[in-house]
Design a protein around this ligand. Sequence first.
Ligand code: ADP
Ligand code: MG
Length: 693
Amino acid sequence: MSPNTQLLQKIDTIKGVGPKMSAHLAKLGLEKIQDLLFHLPLRYQDRTRIYPIADLRHGQEVLIEGKVDHCSILFKQRRMMVCQISDASGGVITLRFFHFSNAQKLSLSRGTLLRCFGEIYQGYNSLEIVHPEYKIINKNTPLALADSLTPTYPSTKGLQQRTLRRLTTEAIRYIDGLDEVFPESLRRQYKLMTLAEALIALHQPTPESSVEQLLSTSHPAQQRLIFEELTAHHLSLRKFREYSRKINGIPLLSKDVLYQQLLDSLPFQLTGAQQRVITELKHDMQQAWPMSRLVQGDVGSGKTLVAAAAALTAIEAGYQVALMVPTEILAEQHLKSFSEWFEPLGLRVSLLSGRQKAAERRDNIENIALGLSNLVIGTHALFQDAVTFKQLGLLIIDEQHRFGVHQRLALREKGKQGDLYPHQLVMTATPIPRTLAMTAYADMDYSVIDELPPGRTPIKTVVIQNTRRDDIVQRIDAVCQQGAQVYWVCTLIEESDALQCQNAEETLALLQEALPKLNIGLVHGRMSALEKESTMQSFKQGDLHLLVATTVIEVGVDVPNASLMIIENAERLGLAQLHQLRGRVGRGTAASSCVLMYQSPLSQIARKRLNALRNSNDGFEIARIDLEIRGPGEVFGTRQTGELQFRIADLLRDQQLLPSIQNASEVIIKKYPEKIQPLIDRWIKTAEDYVHA
Ligand code: ADP
Ligand code: MG
């Protein structure tokens, strides 16, 4: 059998792989032998050398050898075995076991030579390893050292690292059969090694390979794969974009009568940036293919009005508009703003909420189907099966930084009527550098509202230890006396909703006691939609001075009279989230401030984060610092860029490659179009279903 066909065989053709193991492997998406090659290590262990115990530091994961000084069983909170070993370097380390047998204890007698592997931990008195892997060394048969770094793979319960290593070694035997799809001329231009070289270097790194390089993903082998993966993603998004041009949209023509009426009713003028973006949207919506545009604007830049302008264009042309938001609170708020703007124009705005009473919901659904509603606002409940639109011309997705290409395409499919697709507008406050947007969102066009409405005073941010709570409470009192309003944000690291809410309720009680003259409200995730709505409404109307809230108010909430925000345990939140939260103040003309309260001691990173926020109000600048603080070595969540699932690349970390990726993709499209599909097939598993072209 040729190596190529061998790679395409099922993994269970390898000796020793039975149905049970196959099932485990399938959970990891590993079916063909070739899949093993692309199942890349998460980390590496260095078992190629033995570290002197005296040189060890907390956090290292290393191999050591030493003689047992003593070993005893202790009864502290629980029964444990503690064994101290030392080596010629003069260093001493404690091995701690909570599970052990009597035989084990007996085998660790004084003078026994051990080789141990594990993570070094700074204990109370000395360095420790808890439950090290260890072997007793027999002087006559010394143990060998590994001759390459040991990879650790993403795995699943019941599947051992040893097994994955063995299977990968097997797969590498057939690596000559791997197709090198990346064009050679580009490989030369960007000095990239071959795919086979790169994969071998990552699965079986030589002892000379720098662990640091591998861990920080800066090894040339990793760079090679990152380059190819990013190119594949870019090409696939470009393909979606091309497909969008080939399907039918609805050319929306309007004379801007409604739009003009809206402008006349506003107490302010649109900023230049808002006007520019609105023009871009209108232009897109006149085309015979569906618009797909991302509008990015920092918190408070006035995205809602831009959405309103686009909506009016569609409505005047005779079509319905849907506005989808991530939270019920935001849906309620938009219902209010849009009703205020649109009802005087004789238009009907309705809300679809997952928590509405059955009768109300039925009415709404009927109004939508009959075309009586011009604008429909809601969470994802909007696209449930029961809802049929009359003539959906435009779909707006607000504040969805976690909204992926698949979801965008799926929604567009759902909004399809006959063979006409609705236009799509995605709005986000997440700062995305231009090159990044052009790669990560290459299926969409991209606009930036790069200007804040005039008259805003920058938010002043202070960082304060939580022992000064009393001062802050006094400050709240003073601010409210002057007629302004205040948010108090409770954060808890626990995922548990219940705990979050309990914490917010306790905070409410404390503040009520400390500030008896103020009206204080509470919103959290466990309240009913109605309770949340009425509290938000009271706050917006100014009936409440102070609003205690969990991070449910993170996105979109707009109460311009609120000018002070206190964030408790700010050190627990990420920079992006803090910036979003803080954006709830500074939305009016009054000078606003944000107090970041922390619990001492602060870690280095937390301190840097809070300082960054204190020093800047600019979302782009904050995103840049976030990247710097995290450092290139860390694996990022996909929260920031939202969506694309990569095997090895990371859009933020690998930003500097993006211009080259765009360039390489151009070359492939022009000169090697036959390589596009193989590249996409290799790196991207799903999503192709949306392209019927
Ligand atoms: P975001 O971009 O964060 O969604 P919003 O659309 O909620 O921002 O707008 C923030 C606030 O600024 C709102 O109260 C809105 O009415 C107001 N606003 C929007 N555009 C302007 C403008 N051109 N001039 C003054 N205020 C504006
Ligand atoms: Mg908004």
